[in-house]
Design a protein around this ligand. Structure first.
Ligand SMILES: NC(=O)C1=CN([C@@H]2O[C@H](COP(=O)(O)OP(=O)(O)OC[C@H]3O[C@@H](n4cnc5c(N)ncnc54)[C@H](OP(=O)(O)O)[C@@H]3O)[C@@H](O)[C@H]2O)C=CC1
Ligand SMILES: O=C(O)C(=O)Cc1c[nH]c2ccccc12
Length: 399
């Protein structure tokens, strides 16, 4: 009995931080190999972002075969691009099947490797959890990126982040400004256009790559991955851009200029996702989504843009992206930031395995597909070191 309130719990296996798709996928792969694990999840359910922070009309924008969790394909009767609700149903069945039962409502405050004992220590709630393997599965999108604009406090309308946007019903009769032009911004603008009483505008402050969701009858993701098997990225990028031009035309006419660097190279070097057009571009072409440049300041009812234009809005939706929360709980976790706000850089040489038994699950440039790849590799690597007898005897020793 120590004087501190902290209760020490030893896990003779892996501790997984986060019960999102990556945490669950890794857990399933460990379950298959008989390795014990404990999942810690700060929210009250699995895939909480999918259940609570995504809008009603969301669908996967990559085909289902690239988004499935390990060992269990999506049901045959699901469409090629499953809905958010279908994805959630699939995950709920998945966790039942593998008997994955995370500990909910427990936030990890600190995780650090204790060299003197050769174990990881994870501080969560009142507990100190000791384990040999630590799996980071908190995702790329743990926290909202909220920019600051001059006059933001004065603005009398509603300001919300995309994680609070559920459907166009909330915005009946309003003039709405969506800030940003990533996939969230484009899809929410399109959703707002489904409500004819909403007047929708979008802030595009920089260049972006917008690609058709499908080319030559294939998803652009699938086509890109296939081409990359045979050709270098220097050739694939121009090919993808050529087809984009055929399908979408010159988008710079509408204020959507392209970066000098190609879409796949940009994804690899900065993590920035290309925008896959699901219909917003035609609304932009029709003038139903009005494009504005960067924001200079807000007043009580207006937004002033850097080109001097001023417009009134009732609501502002910040579609300004997400960032990882790893630096807030992992000791030396700020090496996961590359300086640019929001972007996660994986410091591990092979992207999934670090030193002393730490792993990063789902740090992928391949959408949800990478989640499955990482989960198998991580579980196999842990399994290859796992020896139930030594694990338990070591833990008994430090107890
Ligand atoms: N259907 C699907 O499968 C969907 C998938 N996604 C995925 O989820 C992830 C997150 O996407 P998303 O939420 O769009 O976030 P992103 O980080 O991709 O996009 C953020 C956008 O906000 C802009 N931005 C940031 N700060 C400001 C600012 N101060 N002023 C103006 N603009 C700003 C960025 O522009 P800048 O370049 O200037 O920084 C960028 O256009 C992505 O991987 C995306 O592909 C998202 C939605 C739907
Ligand atoms: O889902 C995302 O956020 C993506 O960025 C998916 C994605 C990764 N690499 C790509 C290449 C072409 C089209 C989409 C993607």
């Amino acid at each position: 009995m120590g004087s501190s309130k902290a209760k020490r719990v030893c896990i003779p296996g892996a501790v997984i931080v986060g019960a999102g798709p990556s945490g669950i996928a890794t857990a399933a792969c460990l379950r298959e190999r008989g390795v014990p694990f404990l999942i810690l999840e700060k929210e009250s359910c699995v895939v909480s972002s999918w259940k609570m922070k995504m809008y009603d009309n969301l669908r996967l924008h990559l085909p289902k075969q690239f988004c499935q969790l390990p060992m269990v394909p999506f049901p045959e009767d699901f469409p090629v691009y499953p809905t958010r609700q279908q994805f959630v149903e699939y995950v709920d069945e998945y966790v039942q099947r593998f008997q994955i039962e995370p500990v909910f409502g427990v936030e990890v405050r600190l995780a650090e490797y204790d060299r003197s004992i050769g174990f990881w220590k994870v501080m969560a709630g009142e507990n100190e959890i000791v384990c040999q393997w630590l799996v980071i599965a908190t995702g790329e999108n743990g926290e909202a990126v909220i920019p600051k604009f001059a006059g933001m406090d004065e603005f009398a309308g509603k300001v919300l982040h995309t994680m609070e946007y559920m459907s166009f019903h909330q915005f009946h009769g309003q003039r709405v400004l969506v800030v940003g032009c990533g996939n969230s911004a484009m899809e929410i603008c399109l959703d707002l256009c489904n409500n004819s009483s909403v007047r929708t505008s979008m802030v595009v402050r920089n260049e972006l790559h917008i690609l058709p969701k499908e080319m030559l009858g294939r998803s652009v993701f699938e086509l890109s991955m296939w081409l990359l098997k045979w050709l270098p990225i220097k050739i694939v990028d121009p090919l993808i851009l050529f087809f984009s031009w055929i399908y979408l035309g010159d988008t710079s006419k509408y204020g959507l200029r392209r970066p000098k660097i190609g879409p796949l190279q940009l994804k690899n070097t900065t993590g920035k996702s290309p925008v896959l057009d699901v219909g917003a571009l035609s609304k932009i072409k029709l003038g139903q989504i009005k494009i504005f440049p960067g924001i200079k300041r807000l007043t009580s009812d207006e937004v002033e843009f850097i080109d001097g234009r001023k417009e009134e809005f009732e609501s502002i939706i910040l579609a300004t992206g997400y960032k990882t929360n790893i630096p807030s709980w992992l000791k030396n976790g700020d090496q996961f930031f590359n300086g640019k706000e929001g972007f996660l850089r994986n410091p591990f040489p092979n992207n999934w395995k670090g030193e002393n038994g730490i792993y990063a699950a789902g740090f992928t440039k391949k959408g949800l597909l990478g989640i499955s790849i990482d989960a198998h590799k991580i579980a196999q690597d842990i399994f290859s070191q796992w020896d139930s007898k030594t694990a338990i005897s070591l833990l008994n020793y430090i107890n």
